[in-house]
Design a binder for this molecule. Sequence first.
Ligand SMILES: NC(=O)C1=CN([C@@H]2O[C@H](COP(=O)(O)OP(=O)(O)OC[C@H]3O[C@@H](n4cnc5c(N)ncnc54)[C@H](OP(=O)(O)O)[C@@H]3O)[C@@H](O)[C@H]2O)C=CC1
Ligand SMILES: O=C(O)C(=O)CO
Length: 312
Amino acid sequence: MDIIFYHPTFDTSYWIKALSEAIPGARVREWKRGDNEHADYALVWHPPVEMLQGRNLKAVFALGAGVDSILSKLKAHPEMLPEHIPLFRLEDTGMGQQMQEYAVSQVLHWFRRFDDYQALKQQSRWEPLADYQREDFTIGLLGAGVLGSKVAEALAPWGFPLRCWSRTRKAYPGVESFAGHDELPDFLKGTRVLINLLPNTAETVGIINKDVLNQLADGSYLMNLARGIHLVEADLLSVLESGKLKGAMLDVYSREPLPVESPLWAHPRVAMTPHVAAVTRPAEAVDYIARTIGLLEQGKPATGQVDRQRGY
Ligand SMILES: NC(=O)C1=CN([C@@H]2O[C@H](COP(=O)(O)OP(=O)(O)OC[C@H]3O[C@@H](n4cnc5c(N)ncnc54)[C@H](OP(=O)(O)O)[C@@H]3O)[C@@H](O)[C@H]2O)C=CC1
Ligand SMILES: O=C(O)C(=O)CO
C-alpha cells in the first residue's frame, strides 16, 4: 500500500516514520512536486492540486478537523478529487481536550471577573466587585458536533445553564438543544457567553454579525474558536463599543496571521491567541488514520467522512 503525505509545516519525517510503524505493509513517502507515482491514500493539508488530481486514490485524509481549505480548492478545481473518492477529516484526535481546556478556562476567567480585576489593577484600584450568578451565565454553543459536544461535556460540571445550536437536534444531557435557522433567535436570547465551534460553510460565513450579537444578553462575551470568516470583525468592534458585548476571546481571524494594523490587537476588551485553540496531535492522528485505513481496507464503514454537499 502506498501513502503520500504533504503538510507545509508539520515535521514530515516524524509522520512518515509513525505512519509506517502504525500501518503494516505501508510505504509512506513525502509528496513532492513532479511525483506522479502510484498512491492508494493521500494525507494532506492545503494540498497542491497536482498532488491529488488524476490519481486513483482510495481515500484522502485531511490532517485537521476543518476541511474548508480543501473544499474551497475543490470548488475552483473540481477535477482535483472526483466525488467517488472519500475525504476524511480528523475527529477529535486530542483536539476535544484542548478545546475543553480553552473554553473552560476562559468561561471561568469571565465568570470570576478576572477581566474587570485586570482593568482595575491597571489603575491601582482595590475594589471587590459583586459576584456574577451562575443562573445569569448561560453558555451557548454555536455548533454541537465533535468539538462542541466535548466542550459542553467539560462545562457541565460547573453548573452554568448550557445550550447548543446545530443543524439537527441533539439530546446531550443537561444541554438545551436548538436546531436550524428558525430557532437561532431563541438560542441567542439570554445567552451570555457565545462559543463558536461551527464549520466554515456557505451557510455559516459571517454568521456572527451585528444582528446576532445584539440578540445576546446585555454584557455578554464571545469566544471564536472555529474560523475567522464566521465573525464580522467590524461588527464585533461596534458591538463592543455599544457596551452590549463586554469582551471577546478570539483564536481565529479574517486574515491569518492577523495584520499589525488590525484594531483588534490594541482593543482592551479583546483577548487573543494565534489559532492554537486545538492543534493536531500527531500520535492520536496517526492512530485514527491507521485505524480508519484498516477499516477501509476490509471494506468496513469508518467515521469521519466529510459530506461534500453539506460542506463539513
Ligand atoms: N481554532 C482551532 O484551533 C480549531 C478550529 N476548528 C474548527 O472547529 C470546527 C468544528 O469542528 P468539529 O466539531 O469537529 O465539527 P463537526 O462537523 O463535528 O461539528 C459541526 C457542528 O456544526 C453544526 N452546523 C454545521 N452547519 C450548520 C448550520 N448551517 N447551522 C447550524 N449548525 C450547523 C453541525 O450540526 P449537525 O450536528 O446537526 O450536523 C455540528 O453540530 C471545524 O470545522 C474547524 O473549523 C477545529 C479544530 C481546531
Ligand atoms: O484542525 C483544524 O481545523 C484547525 O484549525 C487546526 O488548527
